[in-house]
Design a protein around this ligand. Structure first.
Ligand code: OTU
Length: 654
């Protein structure tokens, strides 16, 4: 949009730019800056317009965008332009991701690079490498307490290793996802150190208070994230003799985004990693970016404006790079991280689908899909050019973050039902084969979340221990069922390392004093490569899971109906054990896939003639795209075996 005030400011900024920036050929940079400038100016003005140094901060902002553009490699710039042309490239069903720790998976970055073939064998073409930036030697929240945002932790490698790996991945047409922890820094970060030494400039990078007056006001409405290990949201710093806001662990200092210098630093860091070859940047804990007394300090409007500004700025320098919002919040809040009041995503293009993840686990425990169906029905449609990251497990705990109203609609009492779920997955509930642990139990609120590996949570550990072959098969079926749901739902499925070979809980963290009090480490294993070898031996647990997933991924990639264009319709079946939805090929009318999942331990029937919204789907000749089989049926009743899924097509394979 052309607007006079911002346009003359733009002219002024261009005049004030350093000579070395002015001299360059920045054609693409300038067209993008022109296109986004009004939005950037408006957002920056909304957040920081009352400051006297507003204009000089704007100049600095543009300088950062321009310098990072100049430093961006030619091949990355080409990718940017290609992706601008095919701007829906990431909505394709061809992408399948995996999240892993470089050290846990393969020792370090060179190790990871040498195992890219393993990932490709499975069909993975997007790799989220969990935090690898410099962090303290002791506790670092798994790397989420960063002490230097521009360097790699020497225990996992160097910048040279990362660039080599990112080049290698590009050749293999794999996408690289890296973390940028935007909400906080480690207390060992240089900014924190300087603040601690009394430098007011850096004290203004954080929320630091002389006494408890303001902290006490905040505490009235702020929940606790780690109530057992890090209660409260402020930590007293002995050296400074002041209180610092620390929402997560006491050594993670929250950044103060009401200071434009913080915004500009963090944008610079995001662009720095974009220039190291990251295709996608995962923005950690985005819900927490803005703090306001009297609120939970989550999902504030300004947090959204900051993300929009980050997106608008990063589009100018590196438009091919996508953002993932990691906002593990209420269902109606998560969806806002694509952008509020918009048609096309304007904050993050991708968001963790924590709602779906939690609902899938609920269905596993209850053996029915009542709440799953209800919860998904309540999810508003996504914006255009936005997609989910669908996952079963990740490195964090499982929070039971569904909507209370949905729990009630599904016929349960919210408090009792959440209690049941925690009891189920921690094995307290008698009939449960699950081996999880409660995480973040809060005695004040009665809340708890769940830790544990996928395989142990679905009963594989218990079944192996008691040499229960039927139990082993059941667990494998549930693992495959859950993955079939994330692969067909719409969005990028994100597998979690080790799950592809049925990795059980790993309790070695208890021996490490820096980890022992955080049981999320029980599902952050060291990859057992001997176990992974067993994927090549017929009949092993590893082979059954690995090959099942491998086949699923291959079928997903060739099924256009699984691309993500809001092309999913939930189907009412009258059978509460089944979760059923239709996916329509957005480019080819009448090419649909009916996805059916049976969450029960007994076979269930699906009466085809009863199905709602079935459109033009023809039931005469159904084939399961995954197995190639036609399901058993009696007249128009299909039989779905226990814990089985079908991806049904009414056409012979194209
Ligand atoms: C994220 O987590 C990371 O994924 C965690 O590993 C970190 O500990 C945390 O940030 C701090 O960096 O902020 O928006 O319930 O789900 O803390 C959600 C715990 C987060 C995590 C929550 C999450």
């Amino acid at each position: 949009m052309y607007e006079q005030v911002s346009h003359s400011l733009l002219n002024q900024i261009l005049d004030e730019l350093k000579p070395e920036i002015r001299k360059r050929d920045l054609r693409h940079f300038y067209t993008r800056l022109g296109a986004n400038f009004y939005a950037i100016y408006s957002l920056f003005h909304h957040l920081y317009g009352q400051r006297e140094d507003f204009t000089s901060q704007m100049v600095r902002l543009v300088e950062v965008m321009a310098s990072r553009y100049i430093a961006r490699d030619a091949d990355l710039k080409e990718t940017d332009i290609r992706r601008e042309k095919q701007h829906n490239w990431f909505l394709s069903q061809e992408w399948v991701g995996m999240a892993l720790y470089a050290d846990g998976f393969a020792g370090n970055l060179p190790g990871l690079r040498s195992h890219l073939r393993y990932l490709q064998e499975l069909g993975i073409n997007m790799v989220h490498v969990m935090p690898i930036l410099k962090c303290p030697k002791g506790a670092s929240d798994g790397g989420y307490a960063v002490s230097d945002f521009r360097d790699i932790d020497e225990r996992v490698g160097t910048l040279v290793d990362l660039r080599a790996m990112s080049k290698d991945m590009r050749r293999r047409e794999m996408l690289l996802t890296l973390d940028v922890v935007v909400n906080h820094t480690s207390d060992e970060h240089e900014w924190a150190q300087r603040a601690r030494a009394g430098d007011p400039r850096y004290q203004d990078y954080y929320y630091i208070f002389d006494n408890r007056d303001v902290p006490d006001m905040f505490e009235e409405t702020m929940p606790e994230i780690f109530p057992e290990t890090s209660p409260g949201n402020f930590t007293f710093d002995q050296t400074m003799g002041k209180w610092v806001m620390t929402v997560f662990n006491s050594y993670q200092w929250d950044l103060n985004y009401s200071n434009p210098a913080v915004f500009i630093e963090m944008l610079d860091i995001i662009l720095f990693w974009a220039n190291q070859g990251a295709d996608i940047v995962r923005l950690d804990a985005v819900a927490f970016l803005w703090k306001k007394i009297g609120t939970t300090c989550q999902n504030e409007r300004e947090a959204h404006l900051i993300l929009q500004l980050m997106k608008d700025c990063s589009q100018v320098t590196a438009p091919g790079v996508l953002f993932i919002a990691e906002a593990i919040v209420a269902p109606v809040e998560i969806i806002k991280y694509f952008g509020e009041d918009a048609i096309i995503a304007k904050e993050c293009e991708i968001a963790y689908n924590a709602t779906y993840m939690a609902l899938l686990w609920e269905a596993v425990a209850t053996k029915n899909a009542k709440l799953l169906d209800q919860g998904i029905r309540s999810l508003p449609d996504k914006l255009d050019r936005a997609t989910w990251l669908n996952y079963v497990r990740c490195h964090d705990d499982i929070g039971l973050g569904f909507d209370d109203a949905d729990i009630v609609k599904a016929g349960y009492d919210p408090y009792a039902h959440r209690r049941f779920l925690v009891d189920y997955f921690t094995g307290v509930y008698d009939a449960s084969p699950s081996r999880g642990q409660p995480f973040g139990r809060n005695d004040k609120t009665g809340d708890a979340r769940i830790s544990g590996s996928l395989a142990s949570l679905v009963g594989l550990e218990a079944a192996i221990e008691s040499a229960d072959e039927a139990g082993i098969q059941r667990s494998i079926d549930v693992i495959l069922l859950l993955h079939s749901m994330i692969m067909s739902f719409g969005g990028i499925p994100l597998l979690y390392y080790g799950d592809e070979i049925g990795t059980l809980n790993d309790c070695t963290f208890l021996q490490d004093e820096n980890k022992a009090r955080d049981n999320r480490w029980m599902h952050r294993p060291r990859m057992d490569w001997d176990k992974a070898e067993l994927r090549n031996r017929h009949g092993t647990v590893e082979q059954r899971i690995f090959e099942g997933l491998q086949k699923m991924i291959a079928v997903r990639k060739s099924t256009a109906a699984f691309a993500d264009y809001n092309n999913r319709t939930l189907i009412e079946t009258g059978n509460p054990h089944l979760f059923v939805f239709m996916r329509n090929n957005p480019f080819q009318l009448n090419e649909s896939v009916l996805v059916v999942g049976n969450f029960d331990s007994s076979p269930q029937s699906l009466t085809l003639s009863d199905l709602s919204n079935r459109g033009h789907f023809a039931f005469a000749q159904l084939t399961d795209l995954y197995s190639g089989e036609s399901p058993t049926h009696f007249k128009d009743q299909l039989v779905i075996p226990p814990f089985r899924f079908y991806w049904l097509s009414d056409q012979r394979r194209y």
